[in-house]
Design a protein around this ligand. Structure first.
Ligand SMILES: C[S@@+](CC[C@H](N)C(=O)[O-])C[C@H]1O[C@@H](n2cnc3c(N)ncnc32)[C@H](O)[C@@H]1O
Length: 299
């Protein structure tokens, strides 16, 4: 039996886009991809984001204390921020992405001299619920483009606003409609390493400003390959619309940058980094005064 035949047999039952309901995608969209997410190269975004996030926080000051890392995925940013002394809530919708994050924390426990203060919690970001106010919230790597309806995006903004203490900062990035139309229309991207092949095939719906990406993974497991297929949908929003939703909720927009720079975004900017502030005066986050570090069930 040839290798290709083995691949096909092993993956025959792989394709099940049933996690996508009309206008909505389920919380498990990353479950099949999770085990190879970092190895396929996706971790490089977080590694690039971390030093940039440091400089964003120098520009947009924030009281150090509790951090909500929303759509934390496999936890790279959450772990790094906890190492810097933040008390972190790592929230994601995918149980498998969170399992990877927990695994990484367990592995790093043997290397880290400090015990990291992280609480992982599986929640739909549209129904966010935390037990204490946070000083900083982040939502990175176009996770908010997974909100396919404007109401959903606003529900996230509202939840983050509630979760922040007065004076708290929300930092997030989103793919622009220009990026979806330019890089994610009829494109195929292949990552091929000895143990892993990932194929991303995209099509852009110009009418809805929405990209659908079919992710096909072949992960070597001994003599065989595990095949998994997922379908991800990202919605593009005009920046004016995002600004309107943020300000309607009560945020003050402090910064809107061509991501990884501090330049204003141009018409052909692929990704925008936003810094939005909840008005009010920040309390000094005093050690020992923080509420118990626990997430509660979403409503
Ligand atoms: C592109 S990944 C980014 C992960 C991580 N922020 C990073 O930088 O690697 C998008 C993440 O959004 C999460 N996600 C998508 N929809 C969600 C929802 N409704 N609620 C919570 N998490 C969601 C996925 O599970 C996935 O981990």
């Amino acid at each position: 039996m040839g290798a290709l035949q083995r691949l096909a047999d092993f993956g025959a039952a792989g394709y099940n886009p049933g996690n996508i309901r009309d206008g909505e995608q389920g919380l498990g969209i990353y479950d099949r991809y999770a085990s190879i997410y970092d190895a396929s190269g996706q971790i490089s975004f977080s590694l690039q984001m971390l030093p940039y996030l440091d400089s964003v926080l120098e520009r947009h000051s924030v009281t150090r204390g509790a951090l909500l890392e929303l759509a934390c995925g496999t936890g790279t940013v959450a772990l790094a921020m906890a190492r810097k002394g933040w008390r972190v809530y790592g929230v994601d919708g995918s149980a498998e992405m969170l399992a990877q994050a927990r695994r990484k924390q367990a592995t790093s426990r043997s290397e880290d001299s400090q015990e990291l203060d992280i609480l992982w919690s599986q929640q739909d970001m549209r129904h966010l619920c935390l037990s204490e106010p946070v000083q900083l919230a982040t939502c990175l790597y176009d996770s908010l483009n997974y909100m396919l309806a404007s109401d959903d995006l606003q529900a996230v903004f509202r939840g983050v606003y509630r979760a922040l203490e007065p004076g708290g900062l929300f930092v997030f990035d989103m793919n622009t409609p220009w990026a979806l139309a330019t890089f994610w229309d009829d494109s195929t991207y292949v990552t091929d390493t000895p143990g892993l092949t990932v194929i991303l095939e995209s099509r852009f719906d110009a009418y809805r400003q929405r990209t659908t990406v079919k992710v096909t993974c072949f992960e070597r497991q001994g003599e065989l390959y595990r095949k998994a297929i997922e379908e991800h949908i990202e919605q593009g929003y005009p920046r004016e619309h995002i600004a309107t939703l943020l300000t309607d909720v009560g945020f003050q927009i402090e910064g809107m940058y061509h991501c990884f720079t501090f330049e204003p975004p141009t018409a052909s900017c692929p990704r925008i980094l936003w810094a939005a502030r909840k008005p009010g005066r920040a309390r000094q986050a005093a050690a020992g005064q923080a509420a118990e570090h626990q997430a509660v069930s979403p409503e």
